[in-house]
Design a protein around this ligand. Sequence first.
Ligand SMILES: [Mg+2]
Length: 258
Amino acid sequence: MKYVWPDWPMLRRKILSKRIKLLILDFDGTLTAIAETPHDVVLEARTKEALACLDRSPSYQLAIISGRSLKDLTSYFHLKKTFFAGNHGFELKGKKFSLPLRARKAKKLAALVWLLGEKLKEDFSKVPGALIEDKNYTLSLHYRNISREYFPFFKQEVERFKKQYAHWPLIWKEGKKVWDVRPRVKWDKGDAALCFAKKFPGALPIVIGDDVTDEDMFRGLKHRAITIRVGRSRRSSADHYLKSPRDVRKFLEALCHS
Ligand SMILES: [Mg+2]
């Protein structure tokens, strides 16, 4: 995994050689620094400006793919042309996107996700700092704000839940201080990214993300994309890395001025 900036002249040449670029971005931890709770996140003005610049550019198509609900995600942006995917790809917004049947199956499982959320809320009401975010199709169990003394209990309870509801068609995936629970359907951020990429067959995809679920995007598009992880990691499938959301912003600005 190589740092972007020493390679920038080479990357820039590659980027300029393609007429259309499909820039696929994660939100939390990529465009914004991670905050105490998901509601405390701030999208900095300069990042907004860089995104607006790229949104206006005829050489770029932006797609922002997040674990947040589509409604929550889009509330941060005023971008005209950009595509959005919420709930890890279960919700798509953009022109002429319809979910394939297997992804639509997830809708039928939304009631189970809700029910599990209610059970988690009941159980974790005793754990200060635990936050259960019900996003319709998926849920997030945030543990960033749980104090050390409660953490062993939290961990034990998560394991108990996973075991007790193992027969439910749901997937538990651990990210950065969060457990994401979603329908067990073969559809993830990687599939959503591919779905966007199919609309632009000749475009160069540039994929940027920071977490486990973004690895599906890196793997799905690796053969033809520029893949960038936020934060260096030996286990990542991405070829390059940037150091922080601020570094991502500099990269977006550099694209804008290229
Ligand atoms: Mg992220």
